[in-house]
Design a protein around this ligand. Structure first.
Ligand SMILES: C[S@@+](CC[C@H](N)C(=O)[O-])C[C@H]1O[C@@H](n2cnc3c(N)ncnc32)[C@H](O)[C@@H]1O
Length: 260
């Protein structure tokens, strides 16, 4: 599969910078995390659970409270996110600052890998999923949510009317993700797709939220020079707005359970 050519240094910096404010803005992330756990709760004997791209620990907290999770490993590439996560203040969570594409864990050591809205940030999904497969015990499960192809389609289309640069990250389709799961040795998987239409008072409010949660454009092909006020204004004019100026942003959410 093709790498998405992300700037990993920028991913670390953006999420570390967002750590302090993340919880105030991450409403959608919490909503999706709750749906993910309700649809695919931990099963079987209590075991070690890896929360991949744990951020400030929303999912880790929920997992700790559920039957089936004896102890939790919270892993994230951004150190400041893990430092915020440590507010959990319990011995039942181990913190690991590492890249999901190269896990510093032995093979066959976790019963579940959970990940909420983090996989869309990995450069090579096949590398990240192969790593999940490697650390999962036989019979273990991978449960994750990620953004699908149509996420932020309005913002993407509005920028496309202004210039040919990549302003919004590219998201994989459900078919592409299914193919990677099969290729990386997950024998069976269930994939559910759910569209969230979130309302914002303005395009600028949407952009402010994306920035506050650390969701910057991290494509290597992004426009490096500063966007001018007139380019921004033109993009806003192309974004479909309601009579009161409010806008809708589409999030195409994929919820996936895969077994080894
Ligand atoms: C949108 S946040 C989601 C955080 C958390 N799972 C939640 O539900 O609130 C995405 C997280 O993925 C982390 N991340 C991005 N790329 C990563 C990678 N390659 N390896 C590990 N973590 C990564 C970011 O640092 C960030 O904390």
């Amino acid at each position: 599969m093709q790498a998405l050519l992300f700037d990993k240094g920028k991913i670390k910096r953006s999420f570390s910078a967002a750590a302090a404010d993340y919880d105030r803005f991450a409403h959608l992330q919490r909503q999706v995390g709750d749906v993910l756990l309700a649809r695919f709760p931990p099963r079987g004997q209590p075991g070690r659970v890896l929360d991949l791209g744990s951020g400030t620990g929303f999912l880790a907290r929920r997992l700790m409270a559920m039957p089936g999770a004896a102890d939790v490993v919270a892993l994230d590439i951004a150190l400041a996110m893990l430092q915020a996560n440590r507010r959990l203040n319990t011995d039942a969570v181990a913190y690991v600052c590492a890249d999901a594409e190269s896990l510093p864990l032995a093979a066959d050591v976790v019963s579940h890998v959970y990940s909420n809205l983090a996989m869309q940030w990995v450069e090579r999904l096949d590398h990240a999923l192969a790593e999940c497969r490697r650390v999962l015990r036989p019979g273990g499960r991978l449960v994750f949510s990620t953004f699908g192809l149509h996420t932020l389609c309005e913002l993407k289309a509005a920028w496309a009317a202004v210039d040919g640069h990549t302003h919004v990250n590219r998201f994989l389709s459900a078919d592409e993700i299914s193919a990677v799961l099969e290729k990386t040795g997950f024998h069976g998987h269930t994939l559910q797709q759910q569209t969230y239409c979130c309302s914002y008072p303005s395009v600028l409010a949407l952009m402010q939220e994306l920035k506050a949660i650390g969701a910057h454009n991290v494509n290597q092909a992004r426009k490096r020079s500063t966007t001018t006020p007139s380019q921004l204004q033109r993009m806003i004019q192309h974004y479909p707005a309601n009579a009161d100026g409010s806008i809708i942003a589409t999030y195409d959410v994929l919820l996936i359970e895969a077994t080894t």
